[in-house]
Design a protein around this ligand. Structure first.
Ligand code: ADP
Length: 502
């Protein structure tokens, strides 16, 4: 198994190995070179000692004179300047060897080993033997080397931490932060030259990466917007195609059926003038005319749908349009049957559009709302007219105490206390001929027409379930802001925060 270790440990171990090997080699070479010289030095010393011993001038009591004994032929030891028991075996053996040969002997070794001398005593039948210990013992030498290694390791470690390991660790943290998408992470340029270079390269890479990430994010955002626009455009195209198809179909049907229908109604009217007509005949004819009128209304709606409307883009007061619609609808249903509310918010400005089309749109929404509340315990239809304030743009000062007066449009919401629109029908209700009303009651053209007319004026009609405060449906009809003020004789009814009931 491969042992995982850091750069510091790796470098320190390698250095220690190199140092130990180098020191050993050096020591071996030096010792080898000096061995002969030491030998001759020791020989010289020995001869000096022997001569001094012969002439009796050896001063055994000097502090650096070593330990001396006198050994006789039987091996009995007498201490000269050291206790007799302190003699070691090698010194005694050397003394006996010197006695045997009758010649002085010197024994020395490595610098940390003792030097031993032995020489026969001419006066007595014995030998003088001595030992001078090395100034440094093996243990002390070992301890010095150990301290040396410890100091070396500590110093090396702190150096490595400061110059190599620390910068490397910071680099690692920065890389991790970068992978955790913190694109702003950069590292201080420090440490030994190569690590400094690595840190600068890393910072350069980080800057390039941040720039590329920014560009990528921008591209993704643009792609998303383009995609959303495409989807919207495709949906719009689909709808436009559908509407165009329905429009041409409707125009054809209205034309083909409309003419004979006109003739039919004329003949019915003529027949009704016949004085010889009985009561049953009169009733039947009047019912036939009634049904015929209904067909004519449907045909007119179909023609409305297929014909591009003639639009006047004048300034109009949407609150005034709403109050006219309330007046129209409430007279048909009786004021007590349904409660109509009109709320006009502060800051409503004139809208741009065609008065008769705006009336038609709000009337359609009101008729649907009335139909939705019919038979309900609470029957309320509310009209709310409000300005659509411009959204704050990026970089615009959010702390402005006075809001910018710009208005993007005018909205009229029509909400009711009916059942509301089921979520799965929310988009389909704007499709031509979609209706949930019983046969003979709805054509499914009201909302399709309303939306088409609003779009022709640059506005929109949408379902707004999130604003349905009354619990039923809520539709919003939006028109753009007029470029010019209302004519001075125009009816203005939108005083701020005004609430009127009909
Ligand atoms: P129609 O009224 O002839 O059915 P519309 O296009 O006006 O045609 O409406 C389509 C359908 O939308 C209605 O049949 C009804 O299901 C739904 N709808 C419209 N207005 C409301 C409303 N206020 N509350 C509930 N449903 C509504």
């Amino acid at each position: 198994m491969r042992l995982r270790q850091g750069v510091a440990a790796e470098v320190l171990i390698s250095l220690a190995l190199v140092m130990a090997t180098g020191t050993a080699l050096l020591a071996a070479v030096l010792l080898q070179i000096d061995d002969d010289r030491i030998e001759s030095l020791h020989g010289l010393l020995g001869r000096g000692f022997v001569a001094s011993a012969h002439h009796g001038i050896v001063d055994f009591d000097q502090a650096d004179a070593g330990h001396w004994w006198s050994v006789d032929a039987r091996g009995a030891v007498r201490g000269i300047n050291a206790p007799s028991g302190a003699i070691d075996d090698r010194t005694r053996a050397l003394a006996l060897a010197s006695l045997g040969t009758g010649a002085p002997l010197v024994e020395s070794g490595a610098p940390w080993e003792a030097i031993r001398f032995a020489a026969p005593e001419p006066a007595r039948a014995g030998a003088v033997a001595g030992r001078i210990d090395a100034p440094i013992s093996v243990a002390l030498l070992g301890a010095v080397v150990a301290v040396d290694v410890v100091v070396f390791v500590l110093f090396g470690w702190s150096l490595m931490r400061r110059r190599v390991v620390g910068p490397l660790r910071r680099l690692v943290v920065a890389v991790r932060e970068l992978s955790g998408s913190d694109v702003a992470a950069s590292v201080p340029v420090e440490g030994v030259a190569e690590i400094e270079e690595l840190a600068s390269a890393f910072n350069e890479m980080q800057v390039a990466l941040a720039a590329r990430t920014g560009a990528l994010e921008k591209a993704v955002r643009e792609l998303r917007t383009a995609n959303a626009n495409l989807i919207q455009a495709r949906e719009g195209l689909d709808r436009a195609e559908r509407l165009a198809m329905v429009g041409s179909l409707a125009a054809g049907v209205a034309h083909e059926v409309g003419n004979p229908m006109g003739a039919l109604l004329t003949y019915l009217e003529l027949a009704g003038r016949d004085p010889g007509l009985g009561e049953l005949g009169k009733r039947s004819l009047s019912k036939a005319v009634e049904q015929g009128e209904r067909v004519r209304i449907i045909l007119r709606q179909l023609l409305d749908f297929s014909r591009p409307p003639r639009i006047e883009r004048g300034p109009l007061d949407l609150a005034d349009v709403a109050s006219r619609v309330i007046e129209l609808v409430s007279t048909q249903h009786g004021p007590d049957a349904i409660r109509f509310e009109l709320e006009v918010a502060e800051g409503v400005v004139p809208a741009r559009g065609d008065l008769s089309l705006a009336l038609q749109i709000l009337l359609n929404l009101a008729i649907n709302a009335v139909a939705a509340v019919r038979g309900r315990p609470t029957r309320t239809v509310r009209f709310e007219v409000a300005p659509i304030l411009r959204r704050r743009r990026v970089g615009e000062d959010a702390t402005r105490s006075v809001p910018l007066p710009r208005v993007d449009g005018v909205v009229c919401r029509v909400s009711d206390t009916g059942d509301g629109v089921a979520a799965e029908q929310a988009e389909r209700i704007f499709d031509p001929f979609f209706t949930t009303k019983p046969p003979g009651e709805g054509t499914g053209l009201g909302l399709a027409n309303a939306r088409r007319l609003a779009e022709e004026m640059g506005g929109s009609v949408e379902l707004e379930p999130e604003r349905a405060a009354l619990g039923g449906a809520c539709f919003r009809f939006v028109l753009p802001v007029a470029d010019e003020p209302l004519p001075s004789d125009g009816v203005r009814s939108n005083e701020p925060h005004q609430s009127r009931m009909s």
